[in-house]
Design a protein around this ligand. Sequence first.
Ligand code: HEM
Length: 249
Amino acid sequence: MFKYLNHLVISKFVMAITGLYLGVFITGHVIGNLQIFIGKDVFNSYAAFLQSLGELLWVERIILILSLVFHIITSVYLKLYNNNVKPQKYAVTNYLKAKINSRSMIWTGIMIACFLIFHILHFTTRDINPEFKHYEEQYSVAKLIPTDLGFNISYDQGLDVKKIRHDAYKMVIDGFKDPIVSIFYIIAVILLGVHISHAMQSMFQTLGLNGPKFTPFIIKVSVIYGTFIALAYLSIPLSVLFGFLGGAQ
Ligand code: HEM
């Protein structure tokens, strides 16, 4: 009994910690992506900055992949464990048991994983639309030149340097101009929102932050946060579909 309880506690902690990291990534990623509304230059500079991180980017990717792998393996383990254990064997106070539908978590999780494979082939390796690999943009780098007044930024002829970078803005806009792709993204991010709002409640419970007063508050915060994430992500494909974004590329 104790052995199983230990496994259960460790597994739930692995779920909570890996989920927390994935949540931080998802939040950071959407904030980065929302810069697309500021403009092409800002978005492409941000994409180029990420690429320039080099080894650091790979460290982040490895942590991300490990978190994802452990999150999935542990969720399957917990699912199998739950299938084999009668509910009355739990001795832990569980204010949320009735609210969190673990079956829906598994299914939204599987669909998000499928989306992620598509998404990486779409925007990272760009194998779904190989033409995206060749989207490039020429941009100007201002040179600091001394003036009588001190240092000033000048774009005078001969002083700005032309450089080439990947046109991530055009890639995202063209990617979402396909209504089937956009609808697929919209469905996926709605499922992500549902998954996050359930997962956050579950994570607080696992970390022992629950109680008759605290839990209803956490449920509200989790639903608001999941909804925010879904709306923030889906605003991009929706804006492209309705022509609010990418008109003047
Ligand atoms: C409107 C929705 C989204 C947009 C516009 C978007 C945009 C992008 C872009 C442009 C890249 C490529 C970055 C690069 O290689 O320079 C990327 C990579 C990625 N995205 Fe998204 N994304 C969206 C939704 C999501 C969602 C919902 C998730 C997670 C569930 C996600 C997870 C990732 C991951 C894991 C990568 C790979 C990161 C890496 O290569 O380091 N994205 N995304």
